[in-house]
Ligand binder design. Structure first.
Ligand code: MG
Length: 380
């Protein structure tokens, strides 16, 4: 394949998206080469990955002993330098939280193809990132299943009338507010259909994940918030839909498997046959159901839509408040319904900045997180 081999950096290689990206790469050794791997603290897994994929550039935050023990030959570079490195074609932004923000921006400035799984990048800095990408001919390829579905439905089409994001409803679908007050982090971490990291799993349980995805969809597809709706589809087979002017709707379907949207982003515009993916068995499709989201039991969804409507730095404040509140919930310091309460309080007192710079946003991020901890009466 020679020059056709795509050279890839995986940011967040030991996380859920990163590991699944490497599974896709492993299935197509002639198509992809891993040039750089970046991880946080899981340096033992990182060392194995560096060894297997012969990655020559590495970033990590944790203890470097596991890498030394294997006698690996690599060059350490900061995340932002990896993201704009001249040897790299595609940057997979798979870190969670705002860690990936600056790196994503750096990749956009360098005109890279960015397979974007990091929600916070688009939600907090959608305006800045899309503008930088446009200016520098960077291409942002969605990796999230919903956005990948919409992207696939939009191929060959112009002017969609409405985007319909599907949501599984999470593990607490159908719960009343009083039942939700009592759920624990342990229960919330059991997601019915998708396997993901802890922050995003809690976001799926509160439906904040869907809220963040709506905001992302606005930026990805240049759609106003009021042309995006959400439908609960617990089987997670339809990954999202697009409606056109004539009322026709296109949907993308598959069994829930993140490797498929990851592979599509990496191979686009091609499609490759991957024997690891299961094809839909229509005899399984007995219950194919749809329902309206319950905005009362899951106020996070409404808070996200409201933040998107208000624009400015509201989405960034939403993200920051959510990350802080979810952190507290995971430490059993607040209840499940307190997550949305704290976010609402943080947004109510937020003073939005129009046309914010990255520094404005990072400052707001710190301030809002501190405020959430303060409101919750804790400092950790
Ligand atoms: Mg999703």
């Amino acid at each position: 394949m020679g020059d056709l081999v795509k050279k890839i950096a995986v940011l967040g290689s030991t996380g859920s998206i990163g590991r699944q990206t490497l599974e896709v790469v492993r299935a197509f050794p002639d198509h992809f080469r891993i040039i750089a791997l970046a991880a946080g603290n899981n340096t033992s897994l990182l060392a194995e990955q560096v060894n297997e994929f012969k990655s020559k550039i590495v970033f990590f935050e944790g203890d470097k002993t596991p890498l030394d023990k294997m006698g690996l030959d690599y060059k350490f570079l900061p995340l932002e330098d990896i993201a704009c490195h001249p040897d790299i074609d595609i940057v997979v932004a798979g870190t969670s939280g705002k860690v990936g923000l600056k790196a994503t921006l750096s990749a956009a400035k360098a005109g890279k193809k960015i397979a974007l799984a990091n929600k916070e990048s688009m939600v907090m800095t959608g305006e800045i990132i899309t503008a930088e990408a446009r200016r520098n001919n960077a291409v942002i390829l969605p990796v999230d299943s919903e956005h990948s579905a919409i992207w696939q439905c939009l191929r060959g089409e112009t002017a969609p009338e409405r985007l319909i994001l599907t949501a599984s409803g999470g593990p607490f679908k159908g719960y009343s507010i009083s039942e939700l007050e009592k759920v624990t982090a342990e229960q919330a971490l059991k997601h019915p259909t998708w396997f993901m990291g802890t922050k995003i799993t809690i976001d799926s349980a509160t439906l904040m994940n869907k809220g963040l995805e709506i905001i992302e969809a606005c930026w990805f597809f240049d759609m106003p918030i009021d042309k995006i709706s959400v439908v609960i589809h617990p089987q997670s087979i339809i990954h999202s839909m697009v409606e056109f002017a004539d009322g026709s709707i296109k949907a993308q379907l598959s069994y829930p498997d993140m490797r498929l949207p990851i592979q599509y982003a990496l191979t686009y515009p091609e499609r490759l046959s991957n024997e690891n993916f299961s094809k839909i068995n229509w005899n399984d499709m007995k219950d194919f159901t749809f329902e309206k989201p319950d905005y009362n039991s899951f106020p996070c969804l409404k808070l996200a839509i409201e933040a998107a409507r208000q624009g400015g730095t509201y989405p960034a404040a939403l993200c920051a408040a959510d990350e802080a509140a979810v952190g507290l919930f995971l430490k059993n310091k607040i209840g499940f319904m307190d997550i949305s309460r704290l976010i609402k309080q943080a947004l109510d007192e937020h003073e939005s900045v129009t046309n914010p710079s990255l520094d404005n946003i990072l400052e707001i991020d710190i301030r809002v997180r501190e405020r959430v901890l303060q409101m919750a009466g804790t400092n950790s």
